[in-house]
Design a protein around this ligand. Structure first.
Ligand code: PRP
Length: 211
């Protein structure tokens, strides 16, 4: 039975393709891609979809993709009814609380406004601290919002720290670690158990080899 794997495009793409390559999978179509949306493995009975992070969850939730490779940040924000099976130990970054220097949102009293692309993660984080904040959803370049006075701080992913540094922002707290994960549709795990487990096994082996 063919296994369908939803891969996240962008930031995770290079790492994922490298992992599949060290699994000895036939991913030439992925490494020399044009505008096509479905890629067929030339060695295994696998097809790949290359999609945005949130869509990866959607395809796996609906069982159109049996397996998904997606960041823990997206999983934490949206959740879903899939199994999280494997930490790929790549695409490593962190959720942090950051803000302008000498303006720590955690030391503020009164109304606190936090900008984020991840309102659910932000809400859960401040709830864990027993703090009530107003969350302002920002779609991208979140770092701008405290600089122009829209927010008192941000909850965002930090990889190298360059974006924060170049904009004079500092980290006030670590919220959670993030890395790429393998998720599996529960029905696929039952119905295509042998095939799905074979892929998980290959990925796990490739991760251990690269460590
Ligand atoms: C992410 C994140 C930060 C930046 C952090 O944004 O939201 O802005 O990367 O990376 P760094 O610590 O290596 O500088 P992304 O590049 O995904 O773009 P966006 O802000 O438009 O969402």
């Amino acid at each position: 039975m063919t296994v369908s794997i939803a891969l996240t495009k962008g930031r995770l793409e290079k790492n994922t393709v490298e992992l599949l390559s060290s699994c000895q999978y036939g991913i030439e179509q992925l490494t020399h891609k044009g505008r096509e949306l479905i890629f067929h493995d030339t060695k295994k009975d696998i097809r790949y979809f290359l999609v945005k992070a949130h869509d990866c969850l959607t395809y796996v939730n609906h069982g159109v993709a049996d397996i998904g490779i997606v960041g823990k940040d997206t999983i934490m924000e949206y959740g879903g009814s899939f199994y999280e099976m494997l930490d790929l130990n790549c695409g490593i970054c962190r959720f942090v609380l950051a803000g302008i220097k000498d303006h720590n949102p955690l030391q503020m009293t009164g109304h606190i406004r936090i900008g984020s692309k991840y309102p659910n993660v932000t809400k859960a984080y401040f709830a864990s601290l027993g703090k009530d904040v107003e969350i302002i959803r920002i779609e991208g370049s979140v770092e701008l919002s405290p600089l122009v006075g829209l927010t008192d701080g941000i909850v965002d992913i930090m990889e190298t720290g360059t974006t924060l540094k170049e904009n004079g922002l500092v980290v006030y707290d670590e919220v959670a670690p993030v890395s790429a994960r393998v998720i599996v549709n529960p029905a696929s795990y039952k119905l295509k158990n042998k095939e799905v487990r074979a892929v998980l096994h290959d990925l796990e082996k490739a991760v251990n080899k690269s460590c």
